[in-house]
Design a protein around this ligand. Structure first.
Ligand SMILES: Cc1cc2nc3c(=O)[nH]c(=O)nc-3n(C[C@H](O)[C@H](O)[C@H](O)COP(=O)(O)OP(=O)(O)OC[C@H]3O[C@@H](n4cnc5c(N)ncnc54)[C@H](O)[C@@H]3O)c2cc1C
Length: 457
């Protein structure tokens, strides 16, 4: 049995950084990875998808060239093999960078294989047993495959397969109208596929406010993406042209025939094959590892970071989990997950940048709220860029004057949201924004104007 000071399971978005800090502190660390270093984000998530988003945007802009006075000399063609290779290369470079970083750590050993608990302090990887007084779980998640009727009888794609596709499907049916599904919907529509999104709920991205959902729907439908919400009893059967997806919507045909199907109906944690029972680590009913505000599990000496603890579903939340643990275990601090101000983005074009509460959540909290909105058609920068779809919205507490949340569905929204995110982290009132002198012309420069126009919500 090999003994270490710490064992990290999973080399995703938190594990390697934690290995780095422990290594620097002179601790003997093992980090175990069963597939690719970098985890979901680098290999099948953020990196390849955002590279594909960039290619899709280039195709879209090329088609719109005449709007800008740039006249195309022929129809826009998409070289899907090249698109795929570009995304794959970004992944490979990032993976290789992460690997060589881990390998450069003097006190850290990268072990390849599937890790499983034998006891609260012992891990098995193949024939080998490893032990450590501290064990960190960074096992992430994978695409959920619900038990839809007929799903076993038809071929389907998940995020892992579609990021390496080197062809444009004739008709891509995407089951799931939330963040992952919508990004792929627009990407493949812009590559030239027919795309239908099938969503069982009454609206897209149901966690967002209704006005945001509706505006997203209009943006996607404006590009020719078909949306079937309220799809009851989703089911699948083989069809000579591909796959028939039963949707039973209140309106429209009861079946959609697609050449390809992408399942984007949520994620599940990689905790079912970790032997957690042998360590006595508790999970919730969906398999997420239960942790306290300090990321400790119910078993002393075992912590869980990233997607597998159900406290975040993003690369930046996984990384922040690492920061919290490193600060608490190595720097004598007492940081908490609940101090985190959550921001995120949906990378359709224009993107949705979000932070804090939605307007609906703010209202439900019983506070007196102020709400300010502005259409992107009245944002100079958006007009100049010829990208005027969407709107920006700020929500604040009328009594404390603290900002509760914001969204920008609009060009540059993924960047411009950070002005609000930073103010919320600084616990500042919205009056601070009122007297800021933002740069012209930017999207951010409109925040002070939105503040001036806020009304009781
Ligand atoms: C299509 C898609 C797009 C996304 N886009 C974004 C985005 O734009 N921005 C964003 O912030 N987030 C995005 N995400 C989410 C982001 O990828 C995850 O939140 C992030 O990767 C979580 O990191 P993690 O370290 O918790 O887990 P992961 O990155 O999933 O890493 C876990 C690692 O653990 C390994 N592992 C699991 N079990 C074991 C075991 N028993 N033994 C050994 N190794 C094991 C896995 O192989 C994996 O490498 C996206 C996700 C998807 C699917």
């Amino acid at each position: 049995m090999r003994a270490f000071d710490a064992i990290i399971i999973g080399a995703g978005q938190a594990g390697p950084s934690l290995a780095g800090r422990l290594n620097d502190a002179g601790r003997k660390v093992a980090i175990i990875e069963r597939k690719h270093v970098g985890g979901t984000c680098v290999n099948t998530g953020c990196k390849p998808t955002k590279t594909l988003v960039a290619s899709a945007y280039a195709a879209h802009l090329a088609r719109r060239g005449a709007d800008y006075g740039i006249i195309p000399t022929g129809p826009v063609r998409v070289d899907m093999a090249k698109v795929r290779d570009r995304a794959y290369q970004v992944t490979l470079d990032s993976r290789a960078g992460n690997e060589s970083w881990l390998e450069s750590m003097e006190n850290c050993t990268l072990i390849r294989g599937h890790a499983r608990f034998e006891s609260p302090t012992t891990i098995r990887v193949g024939e080998e047993l490893l032990t450590a007084p501290q064990i960190f779980l960074n096992v992430g998640g994978r695409a959920a495959i619900p038990d839809f009727p007929g799903i076993q009888d038809v071929p389907y794609l998940t995020n892992s397969d579609i990021v390496v596709l080197d062809r444009v499907p004739k008709h891509l049916v995407i089951v799931g109208g939330s963040y992952i599904g919508l990004e792929f919907a627009q990407i493949y529509r812009r590559f030239g596929a027919e795309v239908t999104v099938v969503e069982k709920g009454p609206r897209l991205v149901s966690r967002e406010d209704e006005d945001v959902s509706q505006a997203i729907r209009e943006i996607l439908e404006g590009e020719g993406i078909r949306i079937r919400t309220g799809a009851e009893c989703i089911r699948f059967r083989w069809h000579e042209d591909g796959v028939a997806v039963g949707v039973d919507c209140t309106e429209g045909a009861p079946e959609v025939i697609g050449s390809d199907v992408l399942l984007a109906v949520g994620r599940r944690p990689n905790t079912d094959d970790l032997g957690l029972d042998k360590a006595g680590v508790e999970t919730d009913t969906r398999g997420y590892i239960k942790v306290g505000d300090d990321l400790a599990t119910n078993v002393e000496g075992i912590w869980a970071l990233g997607d597998c603890n159900g406290r975040g579903a993003f690369t930046h939340t996984a990384y922040n989990d690492f920061e919290i643990l490193a600060a608490n275990l190595l720097d004598g601090e007492s940081r908490k997950v609940s101090d985190r101000v959550l921001g995120y983005a949906l990378y359709i074009d224009p993107p949705l940048g979000r932070v804090g509460m939605t307007e609906g959540q703010a209202r439900q909290s019983g506070r007196n709220i102020l709400v300010g909105t502005r259409p992107m058609s009245r944002v100079g920068r958006a007009v100049e860029k010829g990208e005027t779809l969407g709107f920006m919205k700020l929500i604040a507490d009328a009594d404390t004057r603290k900002i509760l949340g914001a969204s920008i569905l609009g060009t540059g929204g993924d960047e411009a949201i950070h002005g609000i995110l930073d103010l919320m982290n600084a616990d500042a009132t919205f009056d601070t924004l009122r007297w800021a002198v933002p740069i012209h012309p930017t999207v951010s420069e409109l925040w002070p104007t939105v503040v001036l126009e806020m009304k009781a919500g």
